[in-house]
Design a protein around this ligand. Structure first.
Ligand code: AGP
Length: 615
């Protein structure tokens, strides 16, 4: 997830770009860059910096170099997905002539094929990014006589994947060309200025006359003028956006806080994470894993090591690995793993899971695993994080920056990436037949839509949560993949609402904890259909017989379950091993609602930090 800004028609172009990037940093801050046309010289002026949070300041330090009367310009703040955050990989990217520049948010799924064709025809690429291929594709079209707008339309017809782009060409110094497919982008204007941006906040500083682009629409933005075409060059009318917010609210996409915004970003986070890695036929490709099929076939045991929500993702992953790939797998809390003197060897693959890639407990566990002879893979959301640099291979989620301290979209992206890895391992080891691989792939690829359908029920989840907002003791129960979901739901309630919430394997209650159950107790149970559903409902009966109120996460339309509990959180039905991706969402909403009812700051809960860098 990156941030894009473009402007034309103002002598303050560079300041407008930098101010816009500052408002977009929540979308990524690995690196930043701007480019502006110099109409007098007939060239482009570019500055880039890969200083993480200090990147924009480094650009500001160079403002004395900019052209006296800048033309159109574009800017970008990056969240790396392809290629580490370096100056060379920072956007804007340019073509061989240096006269075409482009910024991009999204993933070009077929960039390797496009790059091979460009390399074969003599283009010199200078970065490891997927984005740069667009600059060279546009260069070819411009060389063939196309205007910048037509060149962009032609090259996007060859692109598969998601994109929001903005491009400039030295030969048309007042023109911005912007386009999108799935990734967000808006355009706007005043009488004399034109602007494009990834979100409303960054454009509001310039104008409130804003328009939304639909997929595969290309806008040609000039000072005070916007013309929009489809990819075939047919003119279309953009949709006017009515904005009721101020800039600060707009940074949250109109949501009251980052957590609710990030909950609603989950379908896209999962979609981006799966993009280009799974085919509907069950084919898989994880470019950055860096472990050969032969090395994967030699693995005799996997150990997932993590903390908090990432550990809960590991508990799901171990089940997927054992059920799909047929390899022994376990999950451990990092702070325990690193001190218990684990017996590891070269047949053990340790997978550390950390959205930040910096959690110190997990980092030390990773180093201990390597000391003891294991190969290590790091699953993280941050390209070039400490763990990704030290690991033998990496698995990147593509959730974009997660600002809320409580993990939501990163947790779901971890689940999606881990299950993709499990499918990959199963395929490489020949553990599943072709139709089984395709069936699981189809289930994974359907998750973004299932999540969208789940989020459509957010008001229902909130209404159920409000009935229990005053309760001080909760129990979360689940079996098999339901238990990690129960753990995650309990953690969310603890860290956001500051309420006691304990999670147990449902079958464990009769071994002691059931003595806690009395009238007034509230039990949340994961009761979506599986081969263990009847056993789960038996546990529900045990709870209700002792006076507890029971809230069930259940399949949509499952009236039988609904008739056996006090409240239902309905979710779309998905295959059991994928169900945690969907079943967690109502519990995120439940915890969020109870926390808000108690007046808590859901983005910055007390006593917590987003990255735990102390033991
Ligand atoms: C989850 O909501 C918490 N914020 C916390 O448990 C978190 O998952 C844990 O600290 C691990 O963080 P990491 O994924 O960055 O390593």
């Amino acid at each position: 997830m990156c941030g894009i800004i473009g402007v034309t028609g103002t002598p303050d172009a560079c300041e407008v770009l930098l101010a816009g990037l500052e408002l977009l940093e929540y979308r990524g801050y690995d690196s930043a860059g701007i480019v502006v046309a110099d109409p007098e010289a007939g060239t482009l002026w570019r500055a880039r910096a890969a200083e993480r949070a200090g990147s924009i300041q480094r650009l500001r330090d160079r403002l004395d170099e900019v052209p006296a009367t800048p033309g159109a310009g574009v800017g970008h703040t990056r969240w790396a997905t392809h290629g580490p955050p370096t100056d060379a990989n920072a956007h804007p990217h340019i073509d061989c002539t240096g006269r075409v520049a482009i910024v991009h948010n999204g993933i070009i799924e077929n960039y390797r094929d496009l790059a091979a064709r460009l390399d074969a025809t003599g283009h010199k690429r200078t970065s490891a990014t997927d984005t740069e291929v667009l600059a060279h594709l546009i260069e070819d079209e411009v060389e063939a006589g196309a205007s910048l707008g037509e060149a962009v339309r032609r090259c996007l017809r060859a692109v598969r994947g998601d994109f929001a782009i903005a491009a400039v060409h030295a030969a048309e110094p007042d023109l911005l060309v912007a386009a999108r497919r799935t990734s967000p982008l808006i355009v706007g204007k005043t009488e004399t200025v034109g602007v494009v941006a990834s979100d409303v906040a960054a454009a509001l500083a310039t104008t409130r006359e804003l328009y939304a682009l639909d997929d595969d629409q290309v806008a040609e933005v000039r000072p005070g003028a916007i013309v929009v075409y489809d990819l075939d060059g047919v003119r279309v009318e953009p949709t006017r956006i009515e904005v009721a917010w101020g800039v600060r609210r707009a940074m949250k996409g109109g949501y009251p806080d980052f957590m609710s915004k990030e909950i609603h970003e989950q379908p896209q986070a999962v979609r981006d994470t799966l993009l280009g890695r799974i085919g509907s036929d069950g084919s898989t490709e994880i470019e950055e894993l860096a472990l050969s099929d032969e090395e994967l076939r030699a693995v005799r045991r996997l150990v997932f090591v993590a903390c908090g929500s990432s550990y809960h993702a590991g508990l799901v992953a171990r089940q997927a690995i054992e059920r799909w790939a047929g390899v022994a797998a376990e999950a451990e809390v990092a702070s325990e793993f690193r001190y218990r003197q684990p017996v590891l060897d070269d047949g053990t693959l340790v997978v550390v899971i950390s959205q930040s890639g910096e959690t110190v407990d997990t980092l030390h566990a990773m180093r201990e695993a390597r000391r003891r002879g294991a190969r290590v893979v790091a699953l993280t959301n941050v390209v070039d994080s400490v763990m990704s640099r030290e690991a033998d291979g990496v698995l990147y989620t593509r959730a974009g920056p997660e600002i809320g301290v409580a993990s939501t979209k990163c947790h779901l992206a971890q689940l999606a990436m881990l299950e993709t890895f499990a499918l990959h391992l199963a395929r490489v080891r020949g553990a599943l037949a072709g139709d089984e691989l395709a069936g699981i792939a189809g289930a994974l690829l359907s998750l973004p839509d299932a999540l969208q359908a789940t989020l459509a029920r957010a008001d229902e989840f909130a209404a159920v949560a409000e009935r229990f907002a005053e309760v001080e003791d909760f129990y979360f129960l689940g079996r098999r993949t339901g238990f990690p979901v129960a753990l995650e739901g309990a953690l969310k309630l603890k860290e956001l609402a500051y309420v006691r919430a304990e999670a147990y394997p449902a079958g464990e209650m009769k071994h002691g904890p059931i003595s806690l159950i009395e009238p007034g107790a509230v039990v949340v149970v994961i009761a979506t259909r599986s081969s263990l559903w009847e056993k789960v409902m038996g546990n529900v009966e045990e709870m209700r017989a002792r006076g507890a109120s029971v809230v069930a996460v259940a399949d949509e339309g499952d009236d039988e379950t609904a008739g056996l509990v006090d409240a239902v959180l309905e979710v779309p039905s998905v295959i059991e091993l994928c169900s945690p991706v969907v079943n967690v969402v109502p519990l995120q909403s439940f915890a969020y609602t109870v926390a808000r009812a108690r007046g808590n700051d859901v983005d910055r809960p007390r006593n917590l930090a987003k990255v735990v860098t102390v033991e």
